[in-house]
Design a protein around this ligand. Structure first.
Ligand code: ATP
Length: 221
């Protein structure tokens, strides 16, 4: 854990990884609000290549990256980082953080996780290495309780951040409240495959890409 001295204040960077299959307002608005609340310079949205803990994505990596790029085109606080798409094998978060740390040696890094993702963190590859590499921001998802098993609860309590911990580049857990949006990519894929409209769940520009690429459409018989 590096103390960031005031005369040399490197950019604070947020990291939101996911399948983004497709990206939606729950991802985008949460990322932007975390950026504002923690006074980050920007948040990097990182699409995964092969998700380690779930089914393969429905849309290709290129399509998911394109949807993200279009979604954040006019939002300078959010950028797309495709480093996981250039890596072989499952996209482990710890490898992404190691690669970011090489590039951003003493920058405060904030890994943003929804409550669903945080609850499963202790099943992730080399999860104990994550906190020394970055802070973790836990964003409450609507309809999700943060019920943790005992070991995780102890770890969470021990590492909860205080305001003054903002001076460190990693090592603390920051629970944050953002505008609750009960939107999931699963819901969007389900609506599309049932032939229903998905307006107001994700940007119109992303809906246009979905239509152009014929993604998530009802199966033709
Ligand atoms: P799926 O429904 O396919 O599981 P998802 O909507 O959960 O997808 P992911 O790409 O898996 O989206 O999520 C990436 C990250 O964004 C995770 O940390 C997840 O918890 C968080 N996230 C997703 N949707 C929301 C939301 N509505 N509000 C806050 N965080 C969210």
């Amino acid at each position: 854990m590096v103390v960031v001295k005031s005369e040399h204040k490197p950019e604070a960077i947020g990291i939101l990884g996911g399948t983004f299959d497709p990206v939606h307002f729950g991802h985008l608005r949460s990322a932007l609000e975390v950026c504002q609340q923690l006074e980050l310079n920007h948040v990097r949205l990182i699409p995964c290549a092969i998700p380690p803990h779930r089914q393969p994505t429905m849309a290709s990596a290129d399509a998911r990256r394109l949807m993200l790029e279009i979604a954040v085109k006019y939002v300078p606080q959010l950028t797309v980082d495709d480093r996981e798409l250039h890596r072989e094998g499952p996209s482990f978060s710890v490898d992404t953080l190691l690669s970011l740390r090489e590039q951003y040696v003493d920058n405060p890094l904030f890994l943003i996780l929804g409550t669903d993702a945080f609850r499963s963190i202790s099943s992730w590859s080399r999860w104990q290495q994550i906190l020394p590499l970055a802070h973790i921001v836990v964003v409450q998802r609507p309809d999700e309780t943060l019920d943790m098993h005992e070991e995780l609860k102890v770890w969470y309590q021990q590492n909860l951040a205080q305001a003054e911990d903002r001076q460190f580049s990693s090592g603390k857990i920051w629970p944050l409240k953002v505008t609750p949006m009960a939107i999931s990519a699963t819901q969007i894929r389900d609506e599309l495959s049932a032939g229903n409209p998905v307006n107001f769940l994700l940007p119109d520009s992303v809906i246009a890409v979905i239509e152009q690429l014929d993604l998530y459409q009802p199966k033709k018989t």
